[in-house]
Design a protein around this ligand. Structure first.
Ligand code: GLC
Length: 452
């Protein structure tokens, strides 16, 4: 019996190993080439997301068009009056830089279909509004000038395009009771041709990746195959699209929302969205992650939304991400005047204050080796190049802290914010650090351990 079980186990293991090996590939990049291509992203860890579009005007979530089932006619005033007169991406870039964000991803088009760039394939674009300007172009120039890498978010969904078939997420979907009723959808979608939409989508991606210089990230959003009815890789032409993206911008890094999970190289990073820090894990399908998070509950500017995260919560997200070898992209939804909301500015300023002195515990860092146990109420990050370990004091332990098993491992210990020595004594295999009674003036103070 025991032998039989062992054989069964062996067979199972082998099958899943071959399955993993047999995952299809779209390109022919080697693991070493991939690591090289992703190296800046793995190092930089922290980015800014920007959700900007017509939905900044109703100011009640970027899904307002769907949630309130708004027709083209009802949504039109936002286009006719769109004029973010205070738009100054240089200001945005300065704020991102001060907060320590190394890359920024802007919504070039969100689900509403409105384009922030001067596309020749549509009239539904910022250059045709009273504002008249190519928002994407100015964004790219301003962020690049600050040394911040640039990425494009592009919505695969399009609630404005006349050929985009109505599905269960569409503002013009039938009432809930008719969900999955094919006849109703067939009637609604008469004359809509997904092939034409697919061409539009590929044309616009081509424009975005050829007209604005080097683009570092392509953030496509999103697939929902199997819904009633939904959309996925066939609808988007995902394999061809990914090939096109890689051909036009060989160095680019692409997210995982094209519905290409069956391919080994169908994506570069996973995108756990709005998850709690405790839910983050080091690998998703063998891929590193970038968790995308809002300051409050909404991505687009939402005037009356009041659940803003505290500085402690935001820093916890950042530190947890890095402690699991992942990235954090934090979202700002500018107002319809084109400025950052005062609450977003306050949040960015508080991150800037912390990052100014603690960035060494973030950039180039990853999960600490298993030999290091994180004491209670702390999190660890580790820089493998400088061989320094960072102990983030999530809850300040006045007096002292015991580092179990760290006995002979450290050369020196100091606070990161001011390089002031922290006295240590070895007690058996442990190391005990003496900390000041009063917490240093940072939400989460960090101890830097210089390893032997
Ligand atoms: C979601 C939402 C969207 C947001 C995005 C960011 O898929 O549809 O509004 O842009 O996630 O991750």
């Amino acid at each position: 019996m025991k032998r039989l079980l062992t054989i069964l186990l062996l067979v199972l293991c082998c099958t899943s190993a071959t399955e993993a090996q047999q995952k299809k590939k779209i390109g022919n990049e080697t693991p070493a080439q991939k690591q090289q291509r992703m190296s800046w992203w793995t190092h930089d860890r922290f980015g800014m997301f920007i959700h900007f579009g017509l939905y900044a005007m109703p100011a009640r979530h970027e899904w307002v068009r769907k949630w309130e089932s708004l027709t083209d006619e009802q949504y039109q005033p936002y286009f006719d009056l769109f004029n973010p007169d205070l738009y100054n991406p240089k200001e945005w870039a300065k704020r991102a830089k001060a907060a320590g964000m190394k890359y920024a991803v802007l919504t070039t088009k969100h689900h509403e279909g409105f384009c922030l760039f001067d596309s020749k394939f549509t009239d539904y674009k910022s250059t045709n509004t009273p504002f008249k300007r190519d928002i994407v172009k100015e964004f790219v120039e301003a962020f690049r000038a600050e040394g911040i890498k640039v990425g494009f978010y592009y919505s695969l969904l399009d609630w404005h395009h006349p050929d985009f078939p109505i599905d269960e997420l569409h503002p013009q979907r039938p009432p809930t009771d008719d969900k999955g009723n094919d006849t109703i959808y067939a009637r609604l979608n008469k004359g809509r041709d997904i092939a034409k939409y697919r061409t539009y989508l590929h044309n616009q991606i081509t424009e975005l990746l050829t007209k604005y210089g080097k683009i570092d990230i392509m953030w496509l959003d999103f697939s929902y195959p199997g819904s009633h009815p939904g959309k996925g890789k066939e609808d988007w032409g995902s394999v061809e699209l990914l090939k096109l993206i890689r051909k036009l911008q060989p160095g680019i890094i692409v997210d995982n929302r094209l519905d290409l999970d069956e391919y080994e190289d169908g994506a570069d990073f996973a995108t756990p969205e709005q998850v709690k820090p405790s839910e983050l894990k080091s690998l998703y399908n063998g891929m590193p992650f970038e968790t995308c998070q809002t300051f409050s509950g909404s991505w687009g500017y939402n005037r009356d939304e009041n659940s803003w995260k505290t500085n402690q919560e935001l820093l916890t997200l950042l530190i947890t991400s890095v402690s699991k070898s992942g990235n954090l992209i934090l979202n700002v939804g500018p107002t319809a005047r084109g400025t950052f909301d005062y609450r977003a500015e306050r949040a960015l300023d508080s991150i800037a204050q912390w990052m100014h002195v603690n960035e060494r515990a973030i950039y180039g860092c990853k999960e600490a080796p298993a030999t290091f146990e994180a004491p209670e109420n702390t999190m660890l990050t580790y820089n493998p190049v400088t061989k320094r370990l960072y102990i983030h004091l999530m809850k300040y332990p006045s007096g002292s802290i015991t580092l179990k098993g760290y006995g002979g491992l450290a050369k020196y210990t100091q606070f990161l914010h001011d390089n002031s020595e922290i006295k240590r004594v070895i007690k058996g295999t442990d190391m005990v650090l003496t900390l000041p009674e009063k917490q240093p003036p940072y939400t989460i103070p960090v101890i830097e351990v210089v390893l032997k």
